[in-house]
Design a protein around this ligand. Structure first.
Ligand code: ATP
Ligand code: MG
Length: 413
């Protein structure tokens, strides 16, 4: 938890490790003090595959953030993702048997406890049990039933689970890097705090984090999380396609992707480079046709977008479940033309999600790649303001707490 008003976020991605330090002002506004970004080593598809390398990458990013801010990073809110994360929707029900039939917070705890009794394999643990809506005596759509009267309280929840071993490895790296884990948060949940409007979450929106090694998908409806999944593809595959397709080294492909890459839709193609294909020169002397580069990137991004949409339940109904369309984040969302291209492929509205409402040393953070890091801080701020962390801190160590507590702030809109 925050020490002396300082809060910190740690986003251990497949390509970068990002540490952000912030302070909470008296009016509970978050002021960014410093950002540290280090290349990520030892991670693959959102998972730790080399403990020593990941620990050193974390150390380096923390060192940078501390240097810039002049503050110490003691503990941090840490993002969790990877293909080992999965989710289901579940229900719980309890009777309100007291004479006054008044719903109390203890009833909320009971009904959420009953919703978490899902059968899950022994090597998996529940990360979050997020209330989507409460139903009191058959009346649905209730966000907070405390203080209402009724006989029977149902809850619909979104239950997120993760492979125990994967989370333990991440916690171990953070621990060995000298940081306390204030809490662990599913990354798209965190990012949603930074880039989604309450109206979009209410109507239905698909948040897509196209990072380096993973694409995290989360659908929000009725003000809370409704569906999550993680695809083991991202910008790495785009770069690999360029390297193989054009016969150039991976690093050169990465450089040329970031410098010249775009996914301008068909009718816009040529706006940047003229109708004829241009010759693009890399720093180490390769010459590439702009048309070929664009063609390769578009093919992979189109496939990624189609995989995102195909995975959403119920199949083919994504226009109905998400009228607010797609919000794209992650480093790959920097590709010029991606909003229009995503609209063309999905038939839905699409925009790039850039973190908003941040103050202080924020320049580097106005980028979709930092939605998760900023979101972790906002998530922490929300919690701290609610005074929730203090009460939880008394209940045991963070690892146990993470796996046992109810993610009750989510779902409140
Ligand atoms: N300007 C750009 N144009 C195209 N791609 C870019 C650009 N900037 C970054 N990327 C790509 O974004 C990817 C990294 O995104 P991000 O920083 O969100 O990933 P990460 O959080 O490290 O990984 P993950 O979330 O998948 O574990 C890389 O593949 C990188 O090539
Ligand atoms: Mg990421």
């Amino acid at each position: 938890m925050a020490k002396g008003g300082i809060i910190a976020a740690l986003d251990v991605g497949t390509t970068k490790v990002c540490s952000i330090l912030a302070s909470l002002t008296d009016n509970n506004r978050m002021q960014i003090l410093g950002v540290g970004v280090a290349p990520s080593r030892g991670m693959s598809k959102g998972l730790v595959v080399n403990l020593d390398e990941t620990r050193e990458s974390i150390r380096e990013s923390v060192r940078q953030a501390e240097l810039v801010s002049g503050a110490r990073m003691v503990s941090a809110y840490v993002g969790v993702t990877g293909k080992h994360v999965s989710s289901i929707n579940n229900r719980g029900v309890v009777a309100i048997s007291r004479g006054d039939r008044l719903v109390r917070s203890s009833d909320l705890e009971r009904v959420l406890e009953s919703a978490r009794s899902v059968t899950i394999p022994g090597d998996r643990k529940v990360l979050h049990v997020i209330p989507r809506q409460y139903i009191l005596d058959g009346h649905p759509g209730i966000k907070d039933p405390v203080g209402m009267h009724g006989f029977k309280l149902d809850v619909e929840t979104h239950v997120v689970t993760a492979a125990m071993a994967s989370v333990r490895n991440l916690v171990k790296c953070v621990d060995e890097a000298g940081l306390e884990v204030a809490d662990l948060v599913l990354e798209p949940l965190a990012a949603s705090e930074a880039v989604l409007d309450p109206d979009e979450k209410e109507a239905g929106v698909i948040l897509c984090d196209i990072g380096g090694g993973t694409t995290d998908v989360a659908v929000f409806r009725g003000g809370s999380i409704w569906y999550t999944s993680v695809l083991p593809i991202g910008g790495y595959q785009v770069t690999r396609d360029i390297a193989i397709g054009l016969g150039i080294p991976f690093d050169t492909a990465e450089e040329i992707k970031k410098r010249y890459g775009n996914v301008a839709p068909s009718e816009m193609a040529g706006q940047d480079f003229g109708t004829d294909s241009l010759e693009l020169k890399t720093d180490n002397g390769y010459v590439i046709a702009s048309r070929d580069l664009s063609y390769i990137i578009k093919a992979r991004i189109e496939e990624t977008l189609r995989m995102i949409l195909a995975g959403l339940p119920p199949a083919g109904e994504y226009g109905v479940i998400a009228p607010s369309g797609l919000v794209l984040i992650g480093g790959t969302a920097n590709l010029p033309g991606i909003e229009a291209f995503a609209q063309e492929v999905s038939g839905l509205g699409a925009r790039v999600g850039i973190p908003q409402d941040i103050y202080g040393l924020t320049e580097a953070l106005y980028n979709p790649a930092y939605a998760t890091g900023v979101g972790l801080l906002l998530w922490a701020t929300k919690r701290q303001v609610a005074g929730y962390a203090e009460s939880q801190a008394k209940k045991g160590n963070v690892f146990t707490r993470f796996f046992t507590e109810v993610g009750r702030l989510f779902g409140q809109g």
